[in-house]
Structure formats: C-alpha cells, structure tokens
Design a protein around this ligand. Sequence first.
Ligand code: PLP
Length: 479
Amino acid sequence: MAEKLIFAYSQKGRQAHTLPEAPPVNFGLPERKILRLPEVSESDVVRHYTRLSRQNYGVDNGFYPLGSCTMKYNPKINEQIAAFEEFTGLNPSAPERAAAGLLKILYETEQMLCRIFGYARFTLQPAAGAHGEFTGLLIIRAYHLEHDGGKRRKILIPDAAHGTNPASCTLAGLQAVTIKSRPDGGVDIDELRRHLDDTVAGLMLTNPNTLGLFEKNILAIAELVHNAGGLLYYDGANANATMGLARPADMGFDVCHLNLHKTFATPHGGGGPGSGPVGVTEKLMPYLPRPTIDFNGQEYFLNHDRPKSIGKVHSFYGNIGVILKAYAYLRLQGSAGLKRASELAVLNANYVKARLQKAYAIPYPQICQHEFVISVKEWKKQYGVSAADIAKRLMDYGYHPPTIYFPLNVPECLMIEPTETESKETLDAFCEAMLKIAAEVQSNPELVKSAPHSTIVGRLDEARAVKEPDLNYFAGAEN
Ligand SMILES: *Cc1c(COP(=O)(O)O)cnc(C)c1O
C-alpha cells in the first residue's frame, strides 16, 4: 500500500523510506477510490519536493546546448510581467472594451513581428510551432483551393526538415514529398525542378536549416517555386540567427511561423505551453484565422468579418502568457538588441564549432548559423561509441546533452546550439569537457559507453518510459 512512498536522494544514492500505512481519507468517494494519503510533516513534504527540484536540470542550473529546441534567453522579468494580475485576472470572455489593454498589446506584438520578419500580418492564435505549420499549410491550401480548384496538394520538404513539417502536411490534408539535400547541406535545385509540376502546392523550408546552414540559393529557389505556381513556407521555429539581420519575406517566403517559446523568451520543453504565430504576405491575408485583432484609429477590436478565413485555430486570444513574454522581450531588446542577439548566437556557435573541429568530425565545416552538427559515425565503427554515449557522458561533466540523432540525414548526429546568452567562459568550459570526452573515446571507450556514472539514475529505457509511463504516485497502490 503506502509503503516505499518517499525516496530520498543523498550522496549514498537512492534510498527508500518506508512509512507506516496511513489511515484512509475518504472524500465521499466510493470505497474503491479511497485515497491512502501519507501522514508526513510539513517539513518532510517541503524537503521531499525541494530535493526533487534540485535533481531537475534546467537552464537556471547550467549550460543547455540542445540544438534547435534549446532554451534561449528567458529573462525573469518577463515571467513577472506575464504574471501581472491585470492579465491573469482577465476573464477570456470579457467584452472587448474590458480587454482593450490586452488587445492593444497583442496588436503591437503583431506589428513588431511584421516589421522584423517582413509580413503584412500575423495571427497569434497557434499554440505551438507544429500548430503554426498546420495553420500556415491550411492557409496555403485555402489559397490554392480558390485559385486552382484544389489540385495542388504536394508540399516539398528537404530531408533535413523537422519531423513536424511532414506531419503537419498530412494533418492539413496535403501530401508531403521529401527532397534530398545536396552533399553540402543545401537544397538540390535539380531535384527540386523535377518535382515542380502543376500539383505542387509549395515548398517548406527551414533557413538556416537544421544543419545550421543558410540556403544561399534561396532567391533562385523562390523564383522557381513561384513560377511553378507554388508558395513558400518558412519554418522560423529558431529565428535567433536571422532576426534583425534578414527577413524571410524578403527571401520570397509567403508564409512563416515562429516559435515564441524558443526565440522569444519562453522556455521550450515539456510539451508547452507555446505560441507559434503565423505571418503572411498581403495576398494570403484573407485566409488568416478569425478573428484578427484590428485597430480603427480609436479602438482595438476583434474582427470576425473575414469570409475567406480558415476559421479559428485556438480559443480566445491564443496562449496569452507566452505572447506577453515575447512582447516584453521585443520591447526590451528593440531592433538593435535583436540584431545583436542574432550576431551573438552565430558567433557563439562558430566559436564552439571551431574549438571542437580539431577533435570531432564536423560534416558541414563551412561557417554555420546558430547551430552546427557533429557526426561520430566513424567512432561508432572504430570504438563502438555512439552519439547517445557521448551525450550521456556529458552529463557526468555537468552538462545537459545536446540534441542527438537529428537531423535524420546525419548519421550518429549531435546537434549543438550554444545560444546568444552564454559567456566565453561557459563556452570554453563546455568545449574542454567535449575535448576530454573525445580523448576518452579513444583511450577508454568503455567509460563513455557506460556513462552516465554520476547521475541518480543511469540509462533509462526511454522508449518504454514513453510507451508505458508509470505515473503512479503510490508505489504499489491500486488505482
Ligand atoms: C521546434 C521546432 C518545430 C516545432 O515546434 P513545436 O512548438 O515543438 O511544435 C518545428 N520546426 C523546427 C525547425 C523546430 O526546431
């Protein structure tokens, strides 16, 4: 029953404390559902949860080089602003007049995003990057339905793309077609040409792509796709290499989504909450989700009068807390600050890459943008050491591992994104750890293969943890 309830973690490792069985507490539930709550003191409960919280690794504990989905800048003041009672206390069904201040902030956030990325309008409704993709693809579909009667269904996606891209296509009733990248990581234009027929709805591109490379041929690519009658979709989940420096609309992208919960000051991870605004050029404006937030020179209001809209994609206004943090961040940074953040993200990634290049195989050695990839496929052959082993060993050195096994077109891939906020000292310490591990791989591969050695739990069966999550609070209690 209620035994082995509390696990204490100390230097000696994991220890189970057996507690006496607690008297049943019946909240008027049927007998079968009687909860057997433990009798523990307040201090014990506080210590238990404090202990657990210390075992968590977050961006506030240390460096977090998780490529693509990393924790970028998450200033605390933004959390305070998002928690203002004026926002949290607002009833989502309050009349527009009572929410005028919030509407103004949302309108201004949209205006700022339009200026930074070059679009005519944004919707702030989507709740995640993937949700933004879905929204943007529905917009593309609606456009073709009106202009071509719906025969354009194919969306071309390079093989380095994030897995959400093809998934969103399928959800939006479109057909994802993978195109192979060139050996240097860019879009293969000949391969692209072969697919450009009158069934093409568009091309979905991440630029810089998930290899951290900027697509230099983007203008030519955009022209080809447009001439074939297709539209271009920009996956802007990680905009911290481009914001303030280059605008996707200028590159020829008709639709774009952003992840406010990556680039704009909300942590990404744990599945949310997020916000994935979608920007469109003038010709796609009529299809934006309903309602838009409009301003008539006097008042901000919700405009439901949009006959061609794809409809609503989120209740009320979207994930307000995340949008508020982005608003605060944008106001705090200003255009000069955003540009500087992008420059630093690129500089930091190139610095780490240059230091690791001596010891690690870097399949795309050219200048990178905000992130880069390492491949340890040769070490796998020679020493049996995998990308996962190196990630686990990094934990022994006190670091959160980078993203591994993504993108899919790089075997034994480690994807590193240092972000714009880290100091040179932090980057150097991380590089030293990586270089030590590289030496260990060659001198003592078993040490790396059996890592981590210093964490409370060793290697988890991650697939099983996802498929059969054990969420039972009481060890051994019946449900
Ligand atoms: C994170 C990410 C996404 C998906 O965003 P979610 O909010 O996790 O749905 C899409 N594309 C790229 C390149 C990403 O890094």
